[in-house]
Design a binder for this molecule. Structure first.
Ligand SMILES: [Zn+2]
Length: 303
């Protein structure tokens, strides 16, 4: 079987990123220029323009879109479009608060409100969740599970980023790149590149914009030969070089947000072209393909 490339998109707008929080207050979001819709369409059109060349007969790209509730409330038709065009709709929470700053009760509300809203829009169960800024820990993971999600994709093993959280996956069973946390709940970590004991951030975002494409591809080939899957993440605003600039932000934060935005589209296009022989499917389908079926929101083993 060809290996898997698992594309995931965190659907949020340029003014909602953690990086710019000190300069853009949540209370001003309603008056900011919404650009996420056109950028999601750019991605949907890019995905539709590629014919995969693998032996499975699945020739179209299917990705997982983790949609922020705040965006879904304002652009319900965009959520329906993502779903109708064959992709998975999952949740990125409601308000993009860092989960580690929320009490269990507040976190439960954020997770449940976004799940319910997205389910009402597409008429299907939402099974996946990604925490803002990969800020996950064992407490948060427990609440995610209690809220009825069936998988989480918030763990990033790169340990030099100040906001990424830690969870303990030791002793847990791996099924492909998924880690089984209970009979009905899985973790799907973002992919990274290991050199000896070092973990290099290779899964997407700003690192994808920074790392030269030839090196990125070589790293992904190495990851695929070991894991048979590569889990990639990006954001619609990374495809929008014309987005408004947050002039007051610090130089470092601006560098992280704006570096190489002009090239993200062509780079992702070339990247996908290089891995057309792979299976590009949703996280939910990846779990289902790996010996699980989803019935009434529960994962059940079929073999
Ligand atoms: Zn986010």
């Amino acid at each position: 079987m060809p290996p898997h490339i698992l594309l995931t998109i965190d659907v949020e707008d340029w003014f909602q990123v953690e990086n710019f929080k000190p300069w853009i207050d949540h209370s001003t979001w309603g008056s900011q220029q919404l650009r996420v819709e056109q950028n999601v369409h750019t991605l949907l059109d890019l995905f539709d323009s590629v014919n995969l060349e693998n032996s499975t007969g699945h020739q179209s790209i299917r990705a997982t879109f983790f949609v922020l509730g705040w965006i879904a409330e304002r652009l319900p038709h965009l959520v329906k479009t993502i779903h109708e065009r064959g992709h998975e709709v999952a949740s990125h929470g409601y308000h993009h608060h860092l989960c580690s700053n929320l009490s269990d009760e507040a976190l439960r509300k954020d997770l449940t409100d976004s799940k319910t809203l997205l389910e009402d829009l597409i008429g299907e169960q939402i099974t996946g969740y990604r925490a803002p800024s990969f800020a996950i820990d064992d407490r948060i993971l427990d609440v995610v599970k209690q809220c009825g999600y069936r998988y989480d994709s918030s763990y990033n093993s790169f340990d030099r980023h100040e906001r990424y959280g830690r969870i303990d996956l030791s002793g847990k069973q791996n099924i492909g790149v998924a880690c089984k946390l209970s009979e009905t709940f899985y973790e799907l970590p973002v992919s990274n590149f290991k050199v000896g004991n070092q973990i290099l951030p290779w899964g997407g975002g700003g690192y994808f914009r920074l790392i030269p494409l030839f090196l990125m591809k070589a790293g992904v080939r190495s990851i695929l030969s070991r894991d048979k899957a590569f889990l990639f993440y990006t954001h619609p605003w990374e495809f929008d070089p014309e987005q408004p600039r947050v002039i007051n932000a610090s130089g470092y934060k601006k560098f992280r947000h704006y570096v190489n935005l002009k090239n993200t589209y062509s780079k992702l296009r070339s990247f996908i072209d290089a891995f057309k022989h792979c299976q590009l499917i949703t996280l939910r389908d990846y779990l289902i393909e790996h010996a699980l079926t989803l019935e009434n929101g529960e994962w059940n083993k079929t073999i």
